[in-house]
Ligand binder design. Structure first.
Ligand code: NAD
Length: 491
């Protein structure tokens, strides 16, 4: 933890529609990772502060749940307009606090806006079902209701899109919300709160408490919190899922990944290289859908690798606000050092380092250049662990069956991609690969807001994924009314 300094802004919490100075005694530095410069300080708020925010949200729930759904949706429409109007500013904040380039940041803002657009459809999405006659004069109707206060815990790598997977829909269907953003990228969330307030959201419906473990535990333990949406790493997700479930809440935890792409001999080579490259090294590999292993059929492996390495060697690395930059920094020095450690381990474990990203990046920020290993095997750490950095492993295989069997050895199963021109291979891949989100001849198969988003195996804990109709299911509960309307007598 850093000493409190006065030159940079100390971020405030947002509780009951007010910007509140935290009572925290600890503050953490927030960096522009491309410059290693401190740009703000985030409070590591206390359990008492999150408890207070939850109580405020519980009180706000009593009136918010009674607001007609179309009126709630209108506020979402206003919010959407304000996000559109301010999208360039939002993207700049993301680039500065996260490091991804401005084009990627704008893409992220667009994805977040799509979630708000989807949530604005709440009147239709909340409709229940009914049957007019299930016995003489008896009918049955299923109504949806919000669940109460929802807690959101989010990672550093998508400061806008991931919170937008959660709070717009949760709030549109009548819940109130307490968000704990990542302490490494906390700035964007505060801007979202300002814009949501400007859109007409009543006080107490959306709250932000900055911090770390204590705030997370506060959300997990408080009996007024009825649902937890978590996105982050596997160990933390497992902890959140277990502790939240023990406290009898519904929990969805989207966790870590090690995404495999398979390139077959009959793939369009240019397309495969372009997409794998963007997917492996875009956002400095800090994407839960980043490609981190490519399993290549032997017949195309040399040509594929040559082109990939050639491309990697010409990439421009630097500050994401520079329009020519493709690759920004990783988020912190610790992540940079951890990545360099993995590269060293890869060499020691016998993989062939064909593109070394250790020394080709600017010194000023937390950079690691694109790194590619060939001849990787499944017993190596670089194959097994989520590195979450621009490090790509190549595995050579005889055929698709071997590729799928290899990929399925991973405990993670978030996304997987296949490059081929063979329909039978596509079907085989779809039926046999372990992953929740598949891409065919494209790089980052992150589903749109109106489709479910989650992995399988250790990449997801829970029953209902984020987004799509599943998010409506997660953020609502049902009441089924069976009613006997005795037929009137007309005698
Ligand atoms: P992280 O797990 O370190 O942090 C996520 C959140 O949990 C943060 O808000 C953090 O403050 C909190 N947290 C961290 N340690 C905690 C602890 N010990 N107890 C309680 N709370 C704790 O994740 P990150 O480094 O911010 O994000 C990167 C990870 O997120 C990667 O593993 C990536 O794959 C994953 N991710 C997954 C998805 C998905 O959809 N599956 C999407 C984005 C990111």
């Amino acid at each position: 933890m850093a000493e409190v300094v006065t030159q940079v802004e100390k971020l405030k919490n947002y509780i009951n529609g007010e910007w509140v100075e935290s009572k925290a005694t600890q503050f953490e530095d927030v960096y522009d990772p491309a410059k290693k410069e401190v740009i703000a300080q985030v409070p590591i708020s206390t359990k008492e502060e999150v408890d207070h925010a939850i109580e405020v949200a519980a009180q706000a729930f009593e009136s918010w749940k009674a607001v007609p759904v179309q009126k709630r949706a209108r506020i979402l429409f206003n919010f959407q307009q304000l996000l559109q109007k301010n999208k360039d500013e939002l993207a700049r904040i993301i680039t500065i606090e996260n490091g991804k380039n401005l084009t990627e940041a704008l893409g992220e803002v667009g994805r977040g806006i799509e979630n708000v657009e989807f949530a604005a459809g709440a009147p239709t999405l909340m409709m229940g079902d009914s049957l007019a006659t299930i016995a003489a004069d008896v009918e049955i109707t299923n109504y949806r209701y919000p669940i109460g206060v929802v807690g959101g815990i989010t990672p550093f790598n998508f400061p806008m899109m991931v919170p937008c997977w959660m709070f717009p829909m949760a709030i549109a269907v009548g819940n109130t919300f307490v968000l704990k953003p990542s302490e490494r990228t906390p700035l964007l969330a505060n801007r979202l709160a300002e814009l949501f307030e400007e859109a007409g959201l009543p006080k107490g419906v959306f709250n932000i408490v900055h911090g770390a473990h204590d705030v997370v535990n506060g959300l997990l333990d408080h009996p007024e919190v009825k649902g937890i949406s978590f996105v982050g790493s596997q160990p933390v997700g497992e902890y959140v899922y277990k502790r939240g479930s023990e406290k009898l809440k519904r929990v969805q935890a989207l966790t870590g990944a090690k995404n495999h792409s398979v390139v077959l001999n009959d793939a369009d080579l240019e397309l495969a290289v372009t997409n794998v490259f963007a997917s492996a090294f875009g956002s400095a590999g800090e994407r839960c859908m980043a490609c981190s292993v490519v399993t290549v059929e032997e017949g195309i492996a040399d040509a594929f690798l040559d082109k990939l390495v050639e491309k990697a060697k010409t990439v421009k690395i630097g500050h994401g606000l520079d329009e020519e930059v493709f690759l920004g920094p990783v988020i912190r020095e610790q992540n940079q050092q951890r990545t360099l450690g993995y590269i060293q381990k890869g060499v020691e474990e016998g993989a062939k380092l064909v593109c070394d990203g250790r020394n080709n990046a600017p010194e000023k920020g937390y950079f690691v250049g694109p790194t590619i290993f060939d001849e990787v095997t499944t017993d190596m750490s670089i194959w097994k662990d989520e590195i979450f950095a621009p490090v790509l492993s190549i595995v050579r295989v005889k055929n698709l069956k071997e590729a799928v069997e290899t990929a399925n050895q991973s405990p993670f199963a978030n996304g997987a991609c296949l490059y081929t021109s063979n329909a039978s291979a596509i079907r085989y891949f779809r039926e046999n690969i372990d992953a929740g989100m598949l891409g065919i001849n494209l790089g980052v198969p992150a589903p749109m807001a109106f489709f479910p988003f989650s992995g399988w195996k250790s990449s997801f804990y829970g029953t209902l994924p984020a987004n799509g109709k599943d998010s409506v299911e997660f953020y609502t509960r049902k009441k089924v009314v069976t009613a006997n309307y005795k037929a009137p007598s007309f005698d």
